[in-house]
Design a protein around this ligand. Structure first.
Ligand code: NAP
Length: 291
């Protein structure tokens, strides 16, 4: 099978380049090779490569900047995926696309199921939802994997930011009234490979089991690093409310997914978010400060 992977230099894209070669001949493209805001060039490359599976790990993921850059976010998160999905339909290919807990408003008290009503509360979420809808309407075979709170040992994400700040400051303030499941890219890449093997389709929630707040996640990271003898300056993690940490984009309070389809329909193994974190910490650079 010929596989096109977009966004191969993003945090999830890098993890997918490890697992996808087991499923076929992989063509991994970055923004420089395959820009989702350039539909004509995309069309030419799709015709040249003729993939049977398109895995779209590219996205405009800057949640706060999206508030004032709706046009670009929409081009990358909705128009680009639509171009790929329509090409997939015309050429009997399949599209595997990633989406987000931010398609929901976070007001549910229970975990979100795949078929719960969406209602994004920021521009990023709105453009990701538009991308989902266009893929669903394209007629192509699709799998839309919704995940949450992605992180890795390198790059710019919550884990690397917390570790950097914990090396610099005595006290950190972390939001403790938004809840979700931290998802390492290695786990989402392995789960993607499993779902491909199981020929999964439709919309599917994918995150490790359990949930926590950003404060709970930060505490787990720091406790584990201290156990590993990592010298950190931080002495106190102060829990704060969302209203004490104003950001341009609103965030959902509840980002927790129901994982029934993942576990019961597809038989994916369970792993707690705490256990999923440990291999990431093992991979951290052995310097005093993370990169
Ligand atoms: N991060 C999260 O917490 C999170 C949570 C839930 C779901 N997701 C979803 O998971 C997927 C992967 O996210 P991620 O965290 O791996 O994101 P990421 O690290 O920001 O990677 C996104 C990649 O897309 C590329 N990109 C941006 N604009 C592009 C364009 N116009 N054309 C082609 N490529 C472009 C970026 O390139 P540059 O580096 O050049 O910008 C980057 O390599 C996305 O669909 C995202 O919406 C993410």
């Amino acid at each position: 099978m010929r596989i096109l992977l977009t966004g191969c230099e993003g945090q999830l894209g890098r993890a997918l380049t490890r697992v996808l070669p087991e499923h076929g001949e992989l063509f991994a493209v970055s923004r420089a090779d395959f820009d989702l805001s350039l539909p004509e060039k995309m069309g030419r490359i799709l015709e040249e490569l003729r993939p049977e599976l398109i895995v779209n790990a590219a996205a405009y993921t800057a949640v706060d900047p999206a508030e004032t850059d709706r046009e670009t976010a929409l081009a990358v998160n909705a128009v680009g995926p639509d171009v790929m999905a329509r090409w997939a339909f015309r050429n009997q290919a399949m599209i595997l696309h990633y989406s987000t807990d931010y398609v929901f408003d976070g007001e549910n008290t229970a975990p979100y199921r795949e078929d719960d009503a969406t209602n994004p509360i920021n521009v990023y979420g709105e453009t990701k939802r538009a991308g989902e809808r266009l893929i669903m309407e394209s007629g192509a075979r699709y799998l839309i994997v919704r995940s949450s709170w992605l992180y890795d040992a390198v790059g710019k994400n919550f884990l690397t930011t917390i570790l950097r700040l914990a090396g610099e400051r005595d006290e950190l303030q972390v939001v403790d009234d938004q809840f979700g499941a931290p998802t390492p890219t290695w786990w989402l890449a392995d789960t993607t490979a499993y779902l491909l093997m199981r020929k999964a389709n439709g919309v599917l929630n994918a995150a490790p089991d359990g949930s926590t707040s950003w404060h709970g996640f930060a505490s787990a990271i720091i406790d584990e690093m201290k156990k590993r003898g990592r010298p950190l300056k931080v002495r106190h993690l102060a829990p704060i409310g969302t209203e004490d940490w104003p950001t341009p984009a609103k965030r959902p309070r509840n980002s927790v997914f129901a994982l029934t389809r993942l576990h019961e329909e597809y038989g994916a193994a369970s792993l707690s978010w705490q256990d999923a974190l440990l291999p990431v910490l093992d991979r951290l650079p052995k310097t005093e400060r993370p990169v």
